[in-house]
Design a protein around this ligand. Structure first.
Ligand code: GCO
Ligand code: MN
Ligand code: MN
Length: 387
């Protein structure tokens, strides 16, 4: 199999990912900044399908109207020249000092109003280049000290803001859905909506929950010490997996944003298998960046690596699914003689009566062998390429 990325794979990168200049809290940039047009061409060269951006990745926050017009014209030309699409857009509500204590959840009503206005404009911008998904990552929506902000107030403000913006999108007649992106911390000590589960329960309280889903990110759930696969499964089963941020991250570390599958390839394998086996149709968006030590040639290697690893894992998933020994073990594990099929259609008085009358052999249930070690080693053999 070739691991060449194709448009049907829907691989996307943010301008801020391949455009990351290698600044960190301890060191100055190690790469010179590339323009959005240059980044679009870089992404086309490595074989990506789409490019996503924050409003200010494209248009600087202090750009004049005529600068804005020229940048947008050049960007659209680059899209036309390369065939890249813009499936997703988002707002930068974290860089400017105005947002130092949050945007939608700020204690200052003027900051909250500015955040809404900035997002309305950024939505207009995203929609003007074709975005269908709009991401909300509340990087500054949080606290260092809980004396400063009531989480109840903050969550209410967050809800009011998303409701307001849903209203705006509908009023404009845009074909756009929202995706909330949870993260537990960094840059704030504590960020509201820390995990996929929090985001899902928040969405259920909105005026129009159907308009809003989630954008889970590998690194963010790993930072919280959680199983990303399980978070994604929860989003999927709730019909809320509108987008996904793929990268990699060790547990218990600062936000690392590593190349997809580079740290925990086994977890990445289960994730790709879930997405591919269940027909996930959204973007496979890589929200990662190259090592600070990389130059732009190495940034291309990084971007190609994200897509290549995804495609290798997709192939491994197909191999796992087709492996006879794996399948026979799975069949053994899932053996079902149909004795309890009367429970499959949910509660009924007769099902409850029938169940009440059963005598279970509890010891035999506990003694049943579960060959999970064998299954796991087969998985490892497949992943390590010896099968
Ligand atoms: C992070 C986040 C961001 C968001 C981006 C798009 O940890 O910084 O993952 O990269 O994904 O703001 O919403
Ligand atoms: Mn992140
Ligand atoms: Mn992200």
């Amino acid at each position: 199999m070739s691991y060449e990325p194709k448009p049907e794979h829907k691989f996307t990168f943010g301008l801020w990912t391949v455009g990351n200049i290698g600044r960190d809290p301890f060191g100055e940039p190690t790469r010179s900044a590339m323009s959005p047009v240059q980044l679009v061409h870089l992404l086309a060269e490595v074989g990506a399908w789409g490019v996503n951006f924050h409003d200010n990745d494209l248009i600087p926050i202090d750009a004049t109207a005529s600068e804005r017009e020229q940048i947008l014209k050049d960007f659209k030309q680059a899209l036309a020249d390369t065939g890249l699409v813009v499936p997703m857009a988002t707002t930068n509500l974290f860089t400017d000092p105005a947002f130092k204590d949050g945007a939608f959840t700020s204690n200052d009503p003027a900051v909250r109003a500015y955040a809404l206005q900035k997002t309305m404009r950024a939505i207009d911008l995203g929609v003007s280049v074709g975005a269908k998904i709009y991401v909300f990552w509340g990087g500054r929506e949080g606290t260092e000290t809980d004396s400063s902000k009531s989480p109840l107030d903050a969550i209410k403000r967050y809800r009011d803001a998303i409701n307001f913006l849903c209203g705006y999108v509908k009023d404009q007649g845009y074909d756009l859905k929202f995706a909330m992106e949870p993260k537990p911390n960094e840059p704030r000590s504590h960020i509201f909506l820390p995990t996929v589960g929090d985001a899902l329960s928040f969405i259920a309280t909105l005026d129009d929950p159907d308009m809003v889903g989630v954008n889970p990110e590998v690194a963010h759930e790993h930072m919280a010490g959680l199983n990303f696969l399980h978070g994604v499964a929860m989003a999927w089963t709730s019909g809320k997996l509108f987008h996904i941020d793929l990268n990699d991250q060790l547990f218990g570390r600062y936000d690392q944003d590593f190349r997809f599958g580079s740290m925990m390839p086994k977890q990445a394998f289960y994730l790709v298998r879930l997405l591919e086996d269940n027909g996930y149709e959204g973007s496979r968006h890589f929200d990662a960046h190259a090592f600070r030590s990389s130059d732009y040639e190495d940034v291309k290697a990084f971007a190609r690596g994200c897509m290549r690893t995804y495609l290798i894992l997709k192939e491994k998933a197909a191999q796992f699914n087709a492996d006879e020994e794996v399948q026979s073990l799975l069949a053994e594990i899932h053996a079902d003689d149909g004795s309890f099929s009367y429970l499959n259609s949910g509660y009924s008085k007769s099902a409850a009566d029938q169940l009440s009358a059963v005598t279970f052999d509890r010891v035999a249930l506990g003694n049943r062998s579960l060959p999970y070690e064998r299954l796991d080693q087969l998985t490892i053999d497949i992943l390590l390429g010896v099968r």
